[in-house]
Structure formats: structure tokens, C-alpha cells
Design a protein around this ligand. Structure first.
Ligand code: BEZ
Length: 405
């Protein structure tokens, strides 16, 4: 995996090598094929963070997407695939230029990205303006499948509303009355806190938010805010952090001696893909997410085994999202014999997709956001272990989306 912060592109020769390689190996069918199957490979543009606090998240999405393609013999919908990568560094200010390079200069057929909600919103705008097919494999910005929804935009991961919503009920049922929230001040953090509060209010439990704490993304100087939590002495804390920031927050929280006194909750990004680095500090943390390490279904077992074999690493929610993004694209391309230009038919197939995902069965709502189970998990034995289904088949409310597919 290339960790370069600049545009990471294969050379023209690399792409051509991939396209002609099959013919050179004599893999030429005696039967005539649709023109598209004999043509150029489908060009997939990855716009992901390969550096910075979300670097590991981007890497796992990329690796798992490629794993799916490899499992299909290097093809999607029967068509050879070539990749172009851009490191978006989780920087919204560079997002429009990065997206324009993929769409304009590289002329990709589809963009897969990204992780950070702010970057994703700039991508959504370019995708809408240029009618580029965009598959979002992580970023939860509610708007992407809300007011900014579009026929050419799909999300295989979650909306920020989804994993946070069930946590209101979970914490109310645990008897917590005075709750502090803490997160980065940007779209994902704000929207997850709002969704959590929405559900908490609906419980009628009388639980209230004592204070909302924020720090700028991607800062990790948590000390003054942790001191503030100690002073406020709430019953519990709800949080959103992810990647490198989540590792440090969980460790700092435990090191301050708060872990045993004030239980820490959050959306599952707090402990997914971070648990090894967090060690003991993560034990006992309860989170809600659309994945758990030990989900007992054949798709999950096969996926974790294959991902480990390919990367020598343990799969996580980000890897699952990357894998499912390839599965969704495969369904669309299969319906059109690999001809990504047959857009309406391809989109109709993607809208109707039902995927047997490692996270459990998933489908897509009218706004093109994934519909999925949200699980309550607890960190035990260094794993995010399944506790219960916190909310079955949860669809984002898609507020403001005008799609009627
Ligand atoms: C986001 O910015 O949408 C996001 C980033 C990491 C994990 C979850 C959400």
C-alpha cells in the first residue's frame, strides 16, 4: 500500500498491461462478446485517506474492495478493473480539486470514496455536477443521502444518524440520567451527537445532556476536556472518535482514571479497527455499530478468513464496507454486461441489490443509503463482541431527499 500523500496513479503502461494481459495468456473466448467486454478495463477511482488520522480506515476499504475484485477473477460484472488512487488526506479544502482530477483528468468510470464527511460532501457536489457514479464506502454525512441525494450516488456504509440513534435507548435503559457528549467539531461528530440526543429524548426516561464537549478535527489534545468531564461527574459519556484519534482518546480516558468511574459509550468507530492499539483501556466499552467481530454468519467467517489471508490483518467495519462497495458495483455491472454507460439499468440493479454481507443482510433505501442491523457490542478479550441487535433493519430517515426510485 502506497502511503504517499500526493496523487497516486498507475502509469498508462500499468493499466494497458492489465488490459492486454488476459489476451497474452490466451484467455480469449471463441464466442463473440459484447463490445464492452473486449474494451478498456473499468476505471475505478479510489479517493480515500492514505495518510493522517484516518489512514488505516482508507487502507482497509481499499484492500477489501480489491479482495472482492480478486475473488471475481480481477473483474466486476465480467469486466476487467483498473484502479487509480488519490490520497485525500481527510482534507475538505483539497477535496474538489482531488475529485476533479479523478473525474476530469483520469476519466474514471466510478469513484469510490471517502471516509471523512466534509470531504465526502465536496465529492457529492462534483458527482452531482458531472453525473459521475459515486459509491461512498464510509463517510456518514447525512446530506449525501438526504437533501443532496442523487440517482448516481450510493452509500454502502451508514449515515451518521444510523449507528448513533439506537444508543439513546441503550444508555437510557442502563439508567444513565446525566450524560456528557464529546466529539470532534465537524459534520460526523455533530450529526452523531444530534442523532443520539434525538433517540434519548424519545425514550421519555428523563435522561439529559449535561454538556456537549467539542474539539477541532483532527486534534487529539483531550486533556482539558477529560478534566472537564471529571469535574462535571456525569453518569456516563457518549462519544464519537475514529482512527488514530479514537486510540488516543480511549487511552487518555482510562489513564485519567475515569474508565471505572464514568462509563464510556459511543458509536462503534471508537473501538473498531483501533482495539489492538487501545489494549486494556478499551475493555468493557459499549458501542453501537452495523458490525461486530464475532457475528456468527458464514459470510463474516469467510470474509475474515480471506481478508486475513490477503493482508495478514484482522478485518473490521471499514474493510466490510469496502468489500460491500465492490459487491454493489458488481451487481450493477453484471446487470449491464459490464457496460457502465448503460446507467439507468445499472442504477436500477443497484437499487434492488440485496447483499449477504459479513455484517448481515443489507439492502438499499430509496435515497440509496444502506439499510442494516445496528448491533450493541462490548469490548471483551480484545474484540468488539456482539451483545444484541440494538435496532433491526434500520433505515436512515433520508430527510430532504427527493428521490422516488
Ligand atoms: C465521517 O467523517 O463521516 C466518519 C469518519 C470516520 C468514521 C466514521 C465516520
Amino acid at each position: 500500500m502506497n502511503g504517499d500523500s500526493r496523487l497516486i496513479l498507475p502509469t498508462r503502461r500499468t493499466i494497458l498491461k492489465g488490459a492486454t494481459g488476459a489476451a497474452a495468456l490466451g484467455l480469449v473466448s471463441p464466442f463473440p462478446k459484447p463490445a464492452i467486454a473486449q474494451g478498456a478495463p473499468l476505471k475505478v477511482g479510489f479517493m480515500l485517506p492514505y495518510t493522517g488520522t484516518f489512514a488505516k480506515l482508507g487502507k482497509f476499504i481499499d484492500e477489501a474492495f480489491r479482495l472482492h475484485v480478486e475473488q471475481k477473477g480481477g473483474k466486476l460484472g465480467g469486466r476487467q478493473v483498473a484502479f487509480v488512487q488519490v490520497d485525500d488526506e481527510s482534507k475538505p479544502e483539497a477535496a474538489t480539486d482531488n475529485m476533479n482530477r479523478l473525474v476530469g483528468r483520469e476519466k474514471v468510470d466510478v469513484v469510490v470514496g471517502t471516509v471523512h464527511s466534509g470531504v465526502a460532501m465536496a465529492m457529492v457536489k462534483v458527482a452531482r455536477d458531472t453525473n459521475t457514479l459515486l459509491i461512498i464506502p464510509n463517510a456518514g454525512a447525512n446530506e449525501a443521502t438526504g437533501p443532496a441525494c442523487a440517482p448516481n450516488i450510493f452509500r454502502t456504509s451508514f449515515s451518521n444518524w444510523q449507528p448513533a440513534f439506537p444508543m439513546g435507548k441503550v444508555m437510557a435503559e442502563a439508567g444513565h440520567k446525566n450524560i456528557v457528549t464529546i466529539t470532534w467539531r465537524y459534520a460526523a461528530g455533530q450529526q452523531m451527537v444530534d442523532s443520539f440526543k434525538e433517540n434519548l429524548a424519545q425514550t421519555g426516561s428523563g435522561a439529559k445532556i449535561v454538556e456537549e464537549l467539542y474539539l477541532p478535527f483532527p486534534e487529539v489534545e483531550f486533556q482539558s476536556l477529560i478534566t472537564r468531564i471529571a469535574t462535571l461527574r456525569p453518569d456516563a459519556v457518549f462519544s464519537f472518535f475514529a482512527g488514530g484519534g479514537a486510540v488516543k482518546f480511549v487511552k487518555d480516558y482510562a489513564a485519567a482514571g475515569l474508565k471505572e468511574r464514568i462509563p464510556l459509550y459511543g458509536t462503534g468507530f471508537l473501538t473498531d479497527g483501533t482495539i489492538e492499539a487501545q489494549g486494556e483501556a478499551a475493555n468493557g466499552i459499549k458501542t453501537t455499530l452495523h458490525y461486530a467481530d464475532n457475528l456468527d454468519n458464514p459470510a463474516n467467517k469467510a470474509f475474515l478468513e480471506a481478508f486475513k489471508k490477503k493482508t495478514n490483518l484482522d478485518g473490521d467495519v471499514y474493510a466490510v464496507q469496502g468489500y460491500d462497495s465492490a459487491a454493489l458495483l458488481d451487481i450493477g455491472l453484471t446487470a449491464v454486461g459490464g457496460d457502465a454507460g448503460a446507467r439507468d439499468k445499472m442504477i436500477a440493479a443497484m437499487e434492488g441489490a440485496k447483499i449477504d454481507s459479513p455484517r448481515g443482510p443489507i439492502s438499499f433505501s430509496k435515497s440509496h443509503n444502506v439499510v442494516q442491523n445496528i448491533y450493541l457490542r462490548e469490548v471483551r478479550n480484545g474484540r468488539n463482541e456482539y451483545v444484541s441487535v440494538a435496532h433491526a433493519n434500520l433505515a436512515d430517515p433520508a430527510r430532504g431527499c427527493r428521490l422516488s426510485a
